[in-house]
Unconditional design. Structure first.
Length: 182
């Protein structure tokens, strides 16, 4: 079941869900809006001519002060972060949806998968400008919404490689243990 805005607000008031900083006006009918943070990563295509699942890529890092703009060139992918840090209890999960107003500019805002129960940290956003012209976003503006849902029973909670991440966090797929025998 997806939580209503009223239930999300109650969970925040009861400290079951942590959203820092929290703005009451961010509560929507069935989600909470999150804002664009100040940290961005773009693949350094000179030192990383090929991305591989076996090793970390090299990135250009950008810090953009709140209220300033980040320009996303046409057909460009970059990683960003939410301004907010979140913490979910072990019985709630969430997913990130880009705001339709931003999508209508041609910017897709994704998060690769669910936010697992027990996750704590900032959310890395995958930003892609599908437009033929640059798009500017303002650091601190509402860019996405967190839709929160109950799981059918409490889990042991997320313990993965992105727990407690701060800022835009690059892929850590090279740390996967898929090759290990079970």
């Amino acid at each position: 079941m997806i939580l209503s805005g009223q239930t999300i607000k109650q969970c925040i008031d009861d400290e079951r869900i942590l959203v820092t900083p929290f703005k009451e006006k961010s509560i929507q009918p069935a989600s909470i809006d999150l804002c664009l943070g100040d940290h961005f990563l773009v693949v350094d295509d000179l030192s990383s001519p090929l991305l591989s699942v076996d090793k970390s890529a090299s990135y250009h890092e950008m810090l953009v002060p709140e209220g300033e703009v980040i320009t996303i060139p046409p057909k460009t992918f970059m990683l960003g972060t939410t301004l907010e840090q979140i913490r979910l209890p072990n019985d709630l999960t969430a997913f990130v949806e880009g705001r339709s107003s931003i999508g209508r500019l041609g910017v897709f805002i994704q998060n690769a998968g669910w936010i697992d129960p027990g996750f704590s940290g900032q959310i890395t956003l995958e930003l892609f400008n599908a437009n033929r012209v640059p798009v500017q976003l303002k650091v601190g503006m509402r860019v996405c919404q967190l839709v929160i849902a109950e799981v059918d029973q409490a889990t042991e909670g997320y313990r993965g490689k992105y727990l407690y991440q701060i800022g835009a966090t690059s892929s850590r797929v090279y740390m996967d243990r898929e090759a290990e025998k079970e």
